[in-house]
Structures are given as structure tokens and as C-alpha cells.
Design a binder for this molecule. Structure first.
Ligand code: A2P
Length: 345
């Protein structure tokens, strides 16, 4: 097959931009890479990639691969049209993840699942679930996971460029008002606007991320349960998720207490984590140090104080790279390697 023709949908967004950089950095062989964005951007030139295309019946034809990161409603409306026009779609939104005919794939964890892309669509997991899956898989293969309590510390960039911009705008305003931050936080909150994050994020921690459901969990938290079960092939896995937004630009961190079928030896656990691809074991990884890095980092690996079959660990990964753009590009590479992309044309 000749080099694939690739569409990048959402090319002007936080993840789309990094997808383009990641394709270039990894030397992805394409005959052409065409940027797509909303009507607001269509017609403008994206340097190095030419004119930004609008989504329209005639513009989505004849691609081998379409990498989507333009939100769920865009994916729902346009993914199947790209497929009908010849493409395999790798979708970064939540639109298709739980569809039984759409594989949900982390390239190091369940690459073989990509062959089950019956609809021509492959889904990229949620950015928080993604980084947890690397250590979870490594340890599950050795000890057999039965339950997981996962509490996230998620970066502003998980909400896209707008999430980064909102935090960046709040920081200098509140930086000048340390006395209010100390004495009257309620007053400090009134000095900035919060439209993207659920509350003031600068100098704060916000334990509400996504839309709250009737069961008291947000949709973001439910993704941690549902997507982990699907990726690991553990439909009964007990997951207790809590998702929290923290004033970090990029880099999601998650504290995990995982419970196993057998007692966990910490040295053996560290050895299997160290042997897992693209996973780095450190004493105390931080999101700041992980920003801009491809690897996922795991640290604070500790035996549980109360249960010999449980282990505590802290995972960190760049939510825009491994959490989104990098895994999308890895899935595009996998689709080419396994003969999926282009095969439908
Ligand atoms: P645009 O820049 O024209 O708004 P982020 O997650 O950083 O906010 O980025 C979202 C990406 O999705 C942007 O590239 C944005 O394009 C694109 N996008 C948003 N809505 C649509 C739409 N209805 N059709 C196509 N692209 C869209």
C-alpha cells in the first residue's frame, strides 16, 4: 500500500496541534496530511499543512485514516462519513468508546483489540483512564486485579486549550491578591471568571469534573470505571473513582489503590512495572516533570497498610500526549501495521 492520506479533525485544538507535531516527530509516513476544523477556522492556512478544510460531504472523501479530536458531537456526526469515504477513524472523543463494535485501545495494553474495528472506528480512551491502564495492566497480568480505588489530580489542559487559557488568565489576577487568598477566599473567587472549570481553579482544587449523574458520580468518573473494564477485559472490575481538577496546566496524576486475587510482593510489583513498555518507575513522579514526555510514570509504590492483597501507587502522564495525541498516533501506526488503514477503500 502507498503511504496513507490522513485527515486530522480538530487540527487547531490543543490535542489536534499535538497530533500534528507527534505525526511529524515520529516520522509517520503519509502521502498527505489535511487539517480540518470548525467553520470559524476553515479557509485559513495552517502553516506547514495548507488550507484548513470544513467538514462537508465532499471534503471527507478518499482518506485512509482520519484522526479526530474535535469533541463528541463532531465525532458522532462525521466519523461514519469518513469511514464511508474510505477511512479508518481513530477517535479521541467519548462518542464511540462504549460501542461494542468499536475497540477501545491503549497501544501497549490491548493492541490486538484494534482488529475488531467492525465499524471502521477505533476509540482512544479518556486521558485519565489511559495513563492508569499501563501500570494496571502490568500488575493485573501478574497478580489478577479485582478492584481499584482511583483518585485523580487532573490538569486544566484536560479541558482543551480553553481549560489552559482559563487557568492562565486567573493566575496573575489572584497572584496579586495573596492577602485575599489567605483571609477571604470567597471574595477572591469573585475577581475571576470560571466558565470552563466548575469553580475557580487558580490556587484551588475542584472536586467536580464533568457532568454529575444521578448516582452521584460525574461522567468523567464513570469513564474510569467503564473504560477500564473494557480495556482490561474485566467486566466485573470494582472501580471507585473520584476525579479532581488541580491548577496544573498539563499532566494528569492518579493515586490508585488496587486489590488483587493474591498477596502482592512490592519488589515483584516494581519489577513488572519496570519491565512494561513506556512505563518508568520513579520515587515520586510529578505532572510538571511529565509535561511534554511520552512515557507514563509510576511511583510511591507501597504495600497497603491494611490488606496484603492491595497495593498503592501514584501514576502520572501527559494528558495531551499519552493521554490523547500520542496514543491516537500510535493507534494510527497500528492500523497501518495491521493492514486496516487503506484496506477499506
Ligand atoms: P476551531 O479552532 O475552528 O474552533 P480544543 O479541545 O482545544 O478546544 O479544540 C477543539 C478542536 O475542535 C478545534 O480544532 C476546533 O476548531 C474543533 N472543532 C470544534 N467544533 C467543531 C465543529 N463543529 N466542527 C469541526 N471542528 C470543530
Amino acid at each position: 500500500m502507498s503511504a496513507p492520506r490522513v485527515a486530522v479533525v480538530g487540527a487547531t485544538g490543543a490535542v489536534g496541534q499535538i497530533m500534528l507535531q507527534t505525526l511529524a516527530r515520529r516520522g509517520f509516513e503519509a502521502s498527505e496530511i489535511v487539517p480540518f476544523a470548525s467553520e470559524r477556522s476553515a479557509g485559513k492556512v495552517l502553516e506547514g499543512y495548507g488550507v484548513i478544510q470544513p467538514l462537508a460531504d465532499d471534503t471527507v472523501q478518499g482518506y485512509d485514516l482520519a484522526l479526530f479530536s474535535a469533541g463528541g458531537s463532531t465525532s458522532r456526526a462525521w466519523a461514519e462519513k469518513f469511514v464511508a469515504g474510505g477511512a479508518v477513524v481513530v477517535d479521541n472523543s467519548s462518542a464511540w468508546r462504549m460501542d461494542p463494535d468499536v475497540p477501545l485501545v491503549v497501544s501497549e495494553v490491548n493492541p490486538e483489540a484494534i482488529d475488531g474495528a467492525k465499524k471502521g472506528i477505533v476509540a482512544n480512551p479518556n486521558c485519565t483512564t489511559m495513563v492508569v491502564m499501563l501500570p494496571a495492566k502490568a500488575l493485573h497480568d501478574t497478580f489478577g486485579m479485582t478492584a481499584m480505588v482511583a483518585t485523580s489530580y487532573q490538569a486544566a489542559g484536560g479541558a482543551g486549550q480553553k481549560g489552559i487559557d482559563e487557568l492562565a488568565a486567573q493566575m496573575p489576577v489572584l497572584h496579586e491578591r495573596v492577602e485575599l487568598l489567605v483571609n477571604d477566599g470567597e471574595q477572591a473567587r469573585t475577581l475571576v471568571t470560571s466558565e470552563i472549570h466548575a469553580d475557580t481553579l487558580a490556587y484551588n482544587v475542584v472536586p467536580m469534573l464533568g457532568t454529575l449523574g444521578e448516582n452521584g458520580y460525574t461522567d468523567e468518573e464513570m469513564k474510569l470505571q467503564n473504560e477500564s473494564r473494557k480495556i482490561l477485559g474485566l467486566p466485573e472490575l470494582a472501580v471507585s473513582p473520584t476525579c479532581v481538577r488541580v491548577p496544573v496546566m498539563v499532566g494528569h496524576a492518579i493515586e490508585v489503590r488496587a486489590t488483587y486475587e493474591r498477596e502482592v510482593d512490592v519488589a515483584e510489583a516494581k519489577a513488572v512495572l519496570e519491565a512494561f513498555p513506556n512505563l518508568v518507575v520513579e520515587d515520586a513522579p510529578t505532572p510538571l516533570a511529565a509535561a511534554g514526555r511520552d512515557e507514563t510514570f509510576v511511583g510511591r509504590v507501597r504495600a497497603d497498610l491494611g490488606d496484603p492483597r492491595s497495593l498503592n501507587f501514584f501514576v502520572v502522564g501527559d494528558n495531551l500526549l499519552k493521554g490523547a495525541a500520542l496514543n491516537t498516533v500510535q493507534l494510527a501506526e497500528l492500523a497501518v501495521e495491521r493492514g486496516l488503514a487503506g484496506a477499506r477503500a
